[in-house]
Write a protein that binds this ligand. Sequence first.
Ligand SMILES: [Zn+2]
Length: 542
Amino acid sequence: MKASDLKLEELVEFSEGNINLHGRRLVLHDLHAFAQFRKDLLDMAGPDAARTILTRFGYFWGQGDAAAMKRVFEWESLEEWLRAGPRLHTIQGVVRAVVQALTLDEATGHFEMRMDWHNSGEAEEHLIEQGPSHEPVCWMMTGYASGYSSFCLNREVFFLEKKCAAQGSLICAALGKDRKSWGDEIKPHLKFFQAEGITGKIMDLTRKLHQQSRELARQRHLLKTIEPPATLRHVEVHSAAFRAVVELAARVAPYDSSILITGESGVGKEVLARYIHANSPRARKPFVAINCAALPETLLDSELFGHKAGAFTGAIKDRAGLFEEADGGTVFLDEIGDVSASLQMKLLRVLQEKEVMPVGESRTRKVDVRVIAATNKNLTEALADGSFREDLYYRLRVIEIDVPPLRQRTEDILHLTRYFVKEASRKLGIRNLRLDATCIDYLQSYSWPGNVRELENAIERAAVLSREGLIRPEHLPPSIIHPLPSHTQGVSAINRRLADVEADHIRAVMRLTGDNKTRTARVLGISQATLWRRLKKLNADS
Ligand SMILES: [Zn+2]
């Protein structure tokens, strides 16, 4: 199909009450009525708005025609499809459009089209009501040509009218180019086209909406990290040792001072940190926790402080660090004793200056966070050998809370156990999960080197192994059951030789510590050399 082959009578189907262009309904308008409409627009909306409305009206008209031409015909070339635009303009009676020049370079994307418009209906319309104009007025026609060509080329094309019959010129002439070829010349005119019009605004709003939803998702993610109840899991505190800890935490929570929580692994240092956060004025802001020992130094650096795109391999985008994410809230740094010297320096800056410097950036950013740090190490030893900065230590340890190990708060074991049984029941979906009373002695006699976490895991394991919802001693981990020789040996225990009891006890502690000789020796209160001799003898005897 060629553009010159287009004929109105073959294109349009006329029937009673319907003029139809291959499925698209057309309506005939009177030019004088349109002239009045144009005048009203100019009077009521002002020249800029009137021009925009008419340009966009033409633009959609052109777009629609280009789409219809593509749907209905097979075009010899892209150029023929483009030329069908002016041809349609002509047979629709809008103007007699003549293509003066057409350049289309598909390799560079350069497009240029020079049009002569004879007998412009739009210029006539304008002259009827407005009289001669200082500027070109064929706005619908430039809109049409732009919309048509943009659709064909699938990129932005703009037509500008260079001279107009409404200015007193004999004919109108227009020039169309793709946006890149126009360069800056098109900029003042863009507002009349789609880029600065409603489409542009919608695109702008859509972009903003996407940003907002991303932000919302991030906030939701952060919210999840905030523990809602301000209580220590619900566990009633029965031991004096732990009650003192909770009371101290509650007293210091409202103030912004840094806190150092010390204690063995698994005593619940993070739970305590969350409790402090939840009872602080920062409770509605994020609580962000990170285990400093779990990440290699460079990753930890970018996790905490963020990074600039390109700061290192894999840093594709700028990323805010946890200190910025937690803005207004609390950052919990677990295993602070494992942090490298350079990160200690950066942490000191957070505490002293309240600012962070993302990896790969040269400027600092302000942050507003409370820092709670925790360690299971003896930091005074690290201070002595120089592996931990003294100034950072004192900044972190404005208040120190030492959480006692579970074996020093045996009164809490039963309550914690009952709580974990309830939790396991819910988590594993085991209804009526309960603890057989015979378990209690084992649980209370055990030394719990892994503390509350070990108890929690032991109960979960037992729940999995339980039958009909009843946890019996044999479902508990063997290490908990075996250190109780008096139970396993029954009444005969009273007749045992001291050497046998000692051998049993050494074996039990070895099992308990996972065959760790250093810890076994410490638990037994003997030197490693002594332990080594006893074990050698045990092996020889058996
Ligand atoms: Zn004109």
